[in-house]
Design a protein around this ligand. Structure first.
Ligand SMILES: Nc1ncnc2c1ncn2[C@@H]1O[C@H](COP(=O)(O)OP(=O)(O)OP(=O)(O)O)[C@@H](O)[C@H]1O
Ligand SMILES: [Mg+2]
Length: 320
């Protein structure tokens, strides 16, 4: 196993003024998943369910409140010195917005060289070769190295962000909504590029997205999140063909499909997503669940196997 997340939590203290009580945002509220060498695992869920918070913890930009993240079996919390540096090299990131993630004042050459120089001391010629090599891998000419980010389109900028991530030969790239800020017409190109690179360098991807169609075609396994918890996880094909959790079913039903044999959609998901600041008791999804029974409002459902490699947390999942 390359990456493993166990019972991870991130709680943020917020507010708390002179006249107002503070609160705790339970952004990530106890969930686990794993990513194998060379595979693509997706996390999906509506806005605010905690996806980016997980990415930040995996990237060590946020410290978990509880739980553990293991890389090749070793807890990140115990890494230091060369091991910590190696982890930072092995796990890279590509974010949603290539406009915000590339420093506008630096030339592309410097942007790509930065992570390389954090880990190695190549001579000028070797550094130059390495930068031009990764630009070539992402389909940009060597001349791109001398330009600034604003001289490129959104798709080209995302290629630069991918080149920067690749420059240090990572084992895993965290992709947080990597195409959702891009023009629809170029999304497929970036996805194809990511797929090519994955095969060529045997990369693992942890992809975070709210776009189900993207997840369905791009990931091998998927975890569906709701308000900081995983509600269902399993092989992507299986979860999409036979969703077991009412939330997954509602999410899938909300995607328009041309397939006439597709099961009739459930009612659109009722109500607003609840707040991570004051999540409902019991199953957090119960106020919006079309099938909720009394028990769902009281008892948080345990994580259990649902057969065919699925697992999930629903009191009624056995009955579906
Ligand atoms: N630094 C912070 N302080 C307080 N609350 C935070 C902080 N970061 C995130 N949150 C809250 O944690 C919850 C999860 O946020 P997160 O950004 O992880 O969601 P997300 O699934 O990535 O959403 P989106 O799809 O909109 O990107 C939200 O309620 C958010 O407001
Ligand atoms: Mg996010």
């Amino acid at each position: 196993m390359l990456l493993e997340v166990r019972d991870l939590k991130k709680h943020f203290r917020v507010g708390g003024g002179l006249l107002q009580a503070g609160g705790t945002v339970r952004a990530v509220d106890g969930l686990g998943f794993s990513v194998d060498v060379g595979e693509t695992v997706a996390l999906v869920g509506e806005s605010g369910c905690g996806k980016t918070t997980i990415a930040k913890m995996v990237l060590m930009l946020e410290r978990p409140t509880e739980g553990a993240i293991l890389f090749e079996g070793r807890d990140l919390a115990g890494l230091s010195g060369a091991d910590l540096k190696a982890y930072r090299r092995h796990v890279q990131a590509v974010f949603q917005d290539p406009y915000a993630s590339l420093n506008p004042r630096l030339r592309v050459r410097t942007i790509i060289a930065e992570p390389i120089l954090a880990h190695e001391r190549p001579d000028r010629a070797a550094l130059r070769r390495r930068v031009e090599e990764v630009l070539d891998v992402v389909g940009l000419p060597a001349t791109a190295a001398d330009l600034f980010p604003h001289e490129f389109s959104g798709g080209q900028r995302q290629r630069i962000a991918i080149a920067r991530a690749l420059a240090v030969n990572p084992r895993c790239i965290v992709l947080d909504e990597p195409i959702s800020a891009l023009d629809v017409s170029i999304r497929a190109q970036i996805l194809n590029l990511l797929a090519d690179i994955q095969e060529r360098f045997r990369l693992a991807y942890l992809i975070i997205a709210h776009d189900l169609a993207l997840v369905e075609h791009f990931s091998t396994r998927v975890g569906v999140m709701y308000l900081g918890n995983m509600v269902e996880a399993g092989p992507t094909e299986e979860v999409f063909a036979r969703p077991r959790h009412p939330y997954t079913q509602a999410l899938l039903a909300s995607v328009p499909r041309p397939d006439p044999d597709h099961r009739p959609p459930l009612d659109a998901i009722r109500g607003e997503i609840a707040s991570a600041l004051a999540p409902p008791p019991g199953c957090k999804f119960h106020p919006r669940c079309p099938r909720a029974v009394e028990r769902c409002a009281i008892e948080p459902p345990a994580w259990r196997s649902l057969g065919r490699g699925h697992a999930g947390a629903c009191h009624l999942a056995e009955a579906t």
